[in-house]
Design a protein around this ligand. Structure first.
Ligand SMILES: Nc1ncnc2c1ncn2[C@@H]1O[C@H](COP(=O)(O)OP(=O)(O)O)[C@@H](O)[C@H]1O
Ligand SMILES: [Mg+2]
Length: 175
């Protein structure tokens, strides 16, 4: 299983666009794909058709999203949280959705050193279920949790990402 985090210090530079299209492209190559949205803006969640409710009482994401995944060490594993995208791609992709509530909780989560490893641990539990995991990260530099999660997968900025994505596509295309 290969994991790619799309991360950049700036917003509006195409991270989410890259993440959702990369995930769809891999799916269309018949790879088993998981898209993880760790941005509280939840744009990847929106793009994959999971925010269709009009009223808060219809919000079925608030108790099952990436926040629960990162908050708990032993519960709320990926199979408990994952959704199928809706009217996004044929075939649809697996998505760990984000939620606007992440904005309030994220700083608190950074105080726990174990938070950093939870996503890694839970991804390892499903390493036989997916060929590729794409993580859509937020841009805020000050957000240390996201930095650490993204840093777990990357270093060296955009050049590194470009090479990583090219290598991943080349590697997966050979299989
Ligand atoms: N390659 C591109 N060419 C033109 N516009 C783009 C491209 N990639 C993204 N955009 C547009 O730029 C805006 C920001 O993209 P987004 O992926 O949401 O950025 P980020 O996730 O980095 O904040 C969106 O309106 C998106 O449609
Ligand atoms: Mg984004």
């Amino acid at each position: 299983m290969k994991t790619i985090a799309i991360y950049h210090n700036k917003g509006g530079v195409g991270k989410t666009t890259t993440a959702v299209n990369l995930a769809a492209a891999f799916k269309n190559k018949e790879r088993k794909v998981l898209l993880v949205d760790i941005d509280a803006q939840a744009n990847a969640t929106f793009a994959t058709g999971l925010i269709k409710f009009q009223f808060e009482e219809d919000d079925d994401l608030k108790e099952k999203n990436v926040l629960q995944l990162i908050s708990s060490g032993d519960f709320d594993c990926i199979p408990d949280i994952v959704r199928q995208s809706k009217d996004f791609n044929t075939p649809e992709i697996d998505v760990i959705p984000s939620h606007i509530r992440l904005i309030d909780e994220q700083q608190q989560l950074t105080r726990f050193s174990s938070s950093r490893l939870r996503l890694n641990t839970k991804l390892q539990q499903v390493e036989d279920d997916y060929d590729i995991v794409v993580i859509d990260a937020p841009h805020r530099k000050k957000n240390r949790l996201d930095r650490r999660i993204a840093d777990g997968y990357s270093s060296g900025g955009a050049t590194f990402f470009k090479k990583l994505i090219q290598d991943s596509i080349a590697h997966l295309s050979k299989r």
